[in-house]
Design a protein around this ligand. Structure first.
Ligand code: GLU
Length: 305
């Protein structure tokens, strides 16, 4: 097993932008199983910085869904209550000359990408660094971008065993740390919070795997330890399509309110992972299955409780 100071601290970090569907619930289950299988603490963190997308009712519904499934937590954090912590981190990077204001519009950025000689790398557009050298337009609100170091950052996933390397300037680009409407960016908040709350193990969906090298780079710039990353597959429907909120995946709340048994929902989630379980199970009963999954992924848990 990779070395990291015990005890384990894990977290589930939902964005309260809607109802928790079965796919989210499976990630929540795995994050909980991991923290508890290693005898660690488990945190719940609401990632609610993008206020325009937040649905106030989603906090309470998510808590009730988790409780219903038996996924408890030791402490709760709400990002919108921690703005000063992100402001401090941004101020540190700015004091070190690592950030710059940017007033480019999406259209200007798209145009610059089109005009730049280099073919686009990867699948996402890479900010071409327009404002690195141009002064911002004083008439427009400015975002704050991170001047990414000229480095290739490699991360190894402790679950899949995969390694991902990204050359920051060409594959990621100078990314936004605070948007021009004052909202702190997810990448900054996630890195600051995981470090501030002592998270040692990040269990989350595979959709965030390609964002990991830039988060590790930011950790290094801020002098934080890098947690272990375990990216777990996203739940797909029978057609192999990802269960998205808009795609009609059943919200946990609906199942709960229709009188469905939590144990049967947990059994469905467990079976979707290929685990053989009875018709109904408790989250605790799944702990040995997660331990076995970790061992199959190369972890040695003999010394863990
Ligand atoms: N809030 C993010 C989401 O719901 C998860 C962030 C993370 O786990 O790092 O997709």
């Amino acid at each position: 097993m990779p070395d990291f100071p015990a005890p384990t601290v894990g977290r589930f970090a939902p964005s309260p932008t809607g109802a928790m569907h079965l796919g989210n619930a499976r990630t929540a289950l795995l994050a909980w199983l991991h923290s508890r299988a290693l005898g660690g603490r488990h945190l719940l963190r609401f990632e609610d910085l993008d206020t325009g997308r937040v649905r106030p009712w989603a906090f309470g519904v998510t808590r009730r869904d988790l409780e219903w499934l038996g996924l408890d937590w030791d402490a709760e954090y709400v990002q919108s209550q921690r703005l000063d912590v992100y402001a401090d981190a941004l101020a540190r990077l700015t004091a070190a000359g690592e950030t710059y204001p940017c007033t480019c519009t999406r259209r200007e950025i798209a145009q610059a990408i089109q005009e730049s000689a280099g073919a686009p790398h990867g699948t996402e557009p890479v900010y071409p660094g327009l404002c690195r050298t141009h002064p911002p337009d004083p008439g427009r609100p400015a975002a704050r971008r991170w001047r990414v170091p000229d480095q290739t950052v490699c991360v190894r996933d402790a679950f899949t065993g995969e390694t991902l390397c990204q050359h920051l300037p060409t594959e990621v680009g100078d990314f936004v740390l605070r948007r021009n409407d004052g909202v702190y960016a997810y990448h900054l908040a996630v890195v600051v919070d995981d470090a501030a709350t002592g998270v040692t193990d990040v269990v989350r969906g595979l959709d965030l795997w390609t964002a990991t090298p830039r988060q590790v780079a930011l950790q290094r710039a801020l002098g934080f330890l890098t947690p272990r990353y375990l990216h777990v597959p996203l739940m797909t429907d029978f057609r192999g399509e990802r269960l998205a909120k808009r795609g009609g995946a059943p919200p946990v709340q609906a199942l709960r309110e229709e009188g469905e048994e939590a144990g049967r929902v947990l059994a469905t989630l467990a079976r979707s992972l290929g685990w053989e379980v009875p018709e109904t199970v408790t989250a605790r009963e799944l702990l040995p299955l997660w331990r076995r999954t970790l061992e199959e992924a190369g972890w040695s848990l003999s010394s863990q409780s």
